[in-house]
Design a protein around this ligand. Structure first.
Ligand code: ZN
Length: 333
């Protein structure tokens, strides 16, 4: 396990060196002080800490836990402020659903609820390409945008090893549409890695789509208020009962969009079961207005896909290609 300060000296860009400030804090795992803390990606800080770290409610922070064999860390969203005096101003309350969450995210041993550590205000590493990010088990964002496009934005907030191959699908749509609709397609892709643990990228870097703050992703922020005609998000989920399935959700004015993509995918007879909106297994239909894809466009699609669909290049390309075929000709701006 690497040590964060060593890594900063060795590999980070000068920009990260200068703005990356880590603040010492006491962390207490708590799942009943606020409703938000029953979520394993949420935390609550004091007003004093908010002022000190210069962030606002809703932004992402890294929580760093110092241990004898290195620093454990994970990305959290500041969902609440605790100011009633029950906890000191230097305390951060760390949410969890069951205690295994604390082990998976911060390697906090079972039965322990309190630890010393640091808050790092920077969500993504800057100045890393994919190889460097992989090598350093880091989290990066990429934006491809000409500064003006208002046609389509394709996003993969959980690329890299968080939800594998979703970034490849976003890139595929971009590459294909660049030929058909030059200057009408942008991408925002995040990639997270963690080579130390199986499934570790998801545990360390996954921030649920409704919580993604444009203020914690500088590149996203540059397009956040652009008002795209279309937005498509590629995601991954797992469901043992529905292995080869996808869910098309999101909030769209263009009601035919989802049906057309479903028909396009089914016409390939590749055994991909396509669910839409409320028929989707579990609560993954992207119908929350706060979902980042719905904040980027009034014609937003959230495409959730099982591991089985994403792992096979044939099936993941069928899904991406359906987006190209259906949305490509519709971009009018
Ligand atoms: Zn996702």
């Amino acid at each position: 396990m690497y040590n964060v300060s060593e890594k900063t000296q060795k590999g980070m860009s000068s920009k990260r060196d200068t703005i990356s400030a880590a603040y010492t804090a006491t962390f207490i795992a708590n799942n009943d002080k606020f409703p938000s803390l029953s979520h394993r990606e949420h935390c609550a800080v004091s007003s004093n800490q908010i002022e000190k770290i210069g962030l606002t409610l809703g932004q992402q922070i890294r929580i760093l836990r110092t241990t004898t064999d290195g620093t454990k860390l994970a990305l959290y969203t500041i969902k609440d402020v605790h100011d009633d005096g029950e906890y000191s101003e230097d305390t951060v309350l760390v949410g969890y659903k069951d205690q295994n969450d604390l082990w998976e995210r911060l390697r906090l041993p079972m039965g322990e609820h309190c630890f010393e550590g640091k808050i790092d205000v920077q969500a993504t590493a800057e100045g890393f390409d994919d190889d460097k990010a992989r090598e350093n088990s880091e989290f990066i964002e990429h934006l491809t945008d000409d500064g003006q496009n208002t046609g389509l934005i394709v996003i993969a907030p959980h690329g890299g090893n968080i939800e594998r191959h979703t970034d490849d699908q976003a890139q595929y749509v971009y590459d294909e549409l660049l030929l058909l609709s030059p200057y009408r397609v942008s991408t925002w892709i995040c990639k997270g890695f963690n080579k130390e643990e199986d499934g570790g990228a998801f545990n360390r870097w996954h921030i649920t789509s409704i919580d993604i703050s444009e203020n914690s992703f500088p590149k996203l922020k540059t397009v956040y208020r652009r008002g795209f005609e279309y937005a498509v998000a590629f995601h991954g989920f797992s469901d043992e009962e529905h292995p080869m399935s996808i869910c098309i959700g999101g909030i769209t004015n263009d009601k035919k969009l989802k049906e057309d993509i479903k028909m396009e995918i089914e016409s390939k007879n590749a055994g991909i079961k396509v669910y839409m909106d409320k028929e989707c297994p579990r609560n993954i239909n992207g119908d929350n207005v706060k979902n980042i894809v719905n904040r980027l466009s009034t014609n937003a699609l959230q495409i959730e896909q099982t591991k089985e669909v994403r792992d096979k290049s044939k099936s993941r390309l069928i899904v991406a290609d359906a987006v190209v075929k259906v949305i490509g000709p519709k971009i009018t701006v």
